[in-house]
Design a protein around this ligand. Structure first.
Ligand code: NZQ
Ligand code: ZN
Length: 384
C-alpha cells in the first residue's frame, strides 16, 4: 500500500427536506452570494427552499454559470463580491456551479495580479472565502472535494486546480432535488462517478485491500442502481444511492494508498474544451480506449475487477480483463452513454489539436506517466 494523507473537513447533510438546515449552517449576519446556473433551480422548487431557509439574511444573486464554467464568468462574480462586501458563497447546482464557486472563493482573496495563474501556473492558494453548497446533480464529487475545473473561453483551455482551502464548509445533498434532472444528466452523473472510481482503481496492484473493496462497492452500487434509474427517475432510494455513490467516489477516501491514473479525464477535458461535449460524454468514449491500449499495465486490476464486480471467474487474466472492458462498455450503453467519437459526430480530424496540446504541455499521463501524446492518439483512434 502506498503512503497517504487523508483530510476532508466538509460536513455532509444528506436527505429529504434538509435544505431547511441552511438556516443553522450559515451565520445570520452573513452577506451571501447565491450562485447558480441557467435557472433549473427556479423550475424544480430548490430556489424557493433555499430562499426560505435563508430568511432575512442579505442575499445577492449571481446567475448564469454555464456548464463547464468559464473563467470570464467567474471574474464577473469577483466584481460583485467587492461591491456588495460579500463574505459567504452559496452555490446551488451541479459540479459546474460548485467549481466556479471554488475558483471565485480562491480568486477573491488572491493577491497576485492575474487569477488565471491559479489554473495555469498552479500557484499556491493561501486563503479562500468560505462557502457551503446545495448539490442538485450527483456526478463530480465537487461537493466534498477540493478540486475545480475551469475553462478560459478565449483560448479553449480547460484546467483544474486543487487546494485544501477550497473544501466546502458543508454540502447539503437532498436526493429529491435530482428528480428534475434530464435523462442525459443522470447518465452523465453515473458515468462520471463510474470513471472516477476506475481512475483510482484500475492501475496496478499495491495490495490495498480496503481501498479496492471500497471502490468495488461503489461500482456494484452504480451497476445495480444505474440500470434501474431510467425507468424510476423519482424513486427516492435509487436517487439517494446514486447521490451518495457520486460523493464517495471523489472525496479522497478511495484514493487512500492507491496509485491513480486520470488519463481518461485529461483527454476528456480536451474533448470538452475543443468540441463542447458534456464531461460525462467524453469519459464514456475515452475510458474503454485507455483500458484497451494500456491493458498490459492494468492487467491485474482489470482481471480483479472482472471477477469481483461481474463475477467472471473463468479464463486467463487477459481474458477476464477483456471481459471487464466489454462489460464497462455494455454498462455505458445500457445507461444511454455514447462509447465512440462517431456517436457524437466526431471523426479522426478531431484528434490532431488534442495531440498538439499534450505535446506543448509535455504532460505524461497515466499512473506510470507512460501515456505519451502518441499513446493518446492510439487511444482516440481506438474510439472512432
Ligand atoms: O445551469 P443549471 O440550471 O444549473 O442546469 C444544469 C446544467 O444545465 C443542469 N442541472 C443541474 N441540476 C439539475 C439540472 N437540471 C435539472 N434538475 C437539476 N436538479 O444540468 C446541466 C449540467 O450541470 P453541470 O453542473 O455542468 O454538470 P456536472 O455536475 O456534471 O458538472 C460538470 C463540471 O464539473 C467538472 C467537469 O469538468 C465539468 O466542468 N468536474 C469537476 C470535478 C471536481 N470538482 O472534482 C471532477 C469531475 O471529474 C469534473 O471534471
Ligand atoms: Zn469526472
Amino acid at each position: 500500500m502506498n503512503n497517504f494523507s487523508f483530510y476532508n473537513p466538509t460536513k455532509i447533510i444528506f436527505g429529504k427536506g434538509e435544505i431547511a438546515k441552511l438556516d443553522r449552517l450559515i451565520p445570520k449576519t452573513a452577506k451571501i452570494l447565491l450562485i447558480y446556473g441557467s435557472g433549473s433551480i427556479k423550475k424544480n422548487g430548490v430556489y424557493e427552499q433555499v430562499k426560505s431557509a435563508l430568511g432575512k439574511r442579505k442575499v445577492t444573486e449571481f446567475a448564469g454559470v454555464e456548464p463547464n464554467p468559464f473563467y470570464e464568468t467567474c471574474l464577473d462574480a469577483l466584481t460583485i463580491i467587492k461591491q456588495k462586501k460579500i463574505d459567504f458563497l452559496l452555490p446551488v447546482g451541479g459540479g459546474s456551479v460548485i467549481d466556479a464557486t471554488k475558483f471565485i472563493a480562491a480568486a477573491a482573496l488572491y493577491e497576485g495580479k492575474d487569477s488565471w495563474d491559479i489554473l495555469e501556473k498552479q500557484v499556491e492558494i493561501k486563503d479562500a472565502m468560505p462557502f457551503g453548497t446545495v448539490l442538485t446533480l450527483p456526478a463530480t464529487g465537487s461537493e466534498m472535494n477540493k478540486g475545480a475545473v475551469i475553462t478560459k473561453s478565449e483560448t479553449k483551455e480547460k484546467l483544474a486546480f486543487h487546494s485544501d482551502k477550497c473544501f466546502p464548509v458543508f454540502s447539503i445533498l437532498d436526493p429529491e432535488t435530482t428528480y428534475s434532472l434530464p435523462k442525459r444528466q443522470v447518465t452523465n452523473g453515473i458515468v462520471d462517478t463510474f470513471v472516477h472510481v476506475i481512475e483510482q482503481y484500475c492501475t496496478y496492484s499495491v495490495r490495498n485491500q480496503l481501498s479496492d473493496r471500497f471502490a468495488e462497492s461503489i461500482l456494484i452500487t452504480l451497476l445495480e442502481e444505474g440500470s434501474k434509474v431510467g425507468k424510476n427517475p423519482t424513486d427516492y432510494d435509487i436517487k439517494a444511492n446514486l447521490m451518495w455513490a457520486a460523493t464517495m467516489a471523489l472525496n479522497g477516501l478511495i484514493a487512500c494508498g492507491q496509485p491513480q491514473d486520470w488519463a481518461t479525464h485529461s483527454i476528456g477535458h480536451e474533448l470538452t474544451a475543443f468540441y463542447d461535449l458534456d464531461h460525462g460524454v467524453t469519459l464514456s468514449i475515452v475510458l474503454p480506449g485507455v483500458l484497451r491500449i494500456m491493458k498490459k499495465d492494468k492487467l491485474d486490476k482489470l482481471a480483479q475487477l472482472a471477477t469481483r464486480v461481474w463475477g467472471y471467474t473463468e479464463g486467463s487474466r487477459a481474458e477476464r480483463a477483456d471481459k471487464a472492458i466489454l462489460a464497462i462498455e455494455r454498462f455505458f450503453r445500457t445507461v444511454g452513454a455514447p462509447t465512440h467519437l462517431s456517436d457524437v459526430n466526431l471523426d479522426a480530424s478531431c484528434i490532431d489539436p488534442i495531440i498538439e496540446r499534450f505535446e506543448q504541455r509535455g504532460w505524461k499521463l497515466g499512473e506510470k506517466g507512460n501515456i505519451t501524446p502518441n499513446k493518446v492518439r492510439e487511444i482516440l483512434m481506438n474510439r472512432l
